[in-house]
Design a protein around this ligand. Sequence first.
Ligand code: HEM
Length: 179
Amino acid sequence: MALKSTSGRYGTVAITIHWTTALLILALIILGLNAAGADTDATKRALLIPHIVLGLLTLALTLFRIIWWFFADKRPAELAGIPQLQSRIAATVHLLAYGFIIVLASSGIATNLIGGVIPALASGAPLPDLDDIAVRDVHALLARLFMALLAIHIGAALYHHFIRRDGLLARMGIGKLPH
Ligand code: HEM
């Protein structure tokens, strides 16, 4: 399979970034929700460290992904027979997903800077109370909206795969491309 995309399918780089990001986001949501609900300092610490590391990794991968699309690769052609409105909605959902990752990571970084989370994690001092930090509420709200967006994104992919059976998911490396 080629590194770059062709008119009929995504390339190895795009596919690898897509599924790696999907796994990272799943892990971030699980770690983030459990960190927010943790009732001991030790548990919160154990969940926040990987949350922060994976969050920064996701941001870096997303910035690389934007550069990759901009300078190196071109998306496959639209599938035949998709109404224009539907492909506009899909393009908007994809663009919003990039935006959400960037603002989620930025609000997470801001929460850390304002709350002094990383110095506390590094020194072993008790973690600060983050409840009074407004940007942490923004981070939590954005995460909820992002989950709703991801539900639409996943729902659309499943609709294409199981109902339209048009090979959309196969272009992203899952299943066989129709001939
Ligand atoms: C890019 C994807 C990210 C996603 C999807 C994500 C998701 C989440 C979620 C779902 C929560 C729980 C919110 C709540 O219910 O209160 C959370 C909390 C948090 N996140 Fe993130 N996050 C991301 C990136 C980051 C980054 C890059 C950092 C730091 C550099 C960060 C730092 C935090 C902190 C400090 C909390 C608060 C935990 C607490 O209240 O104890 N996040 N995140």
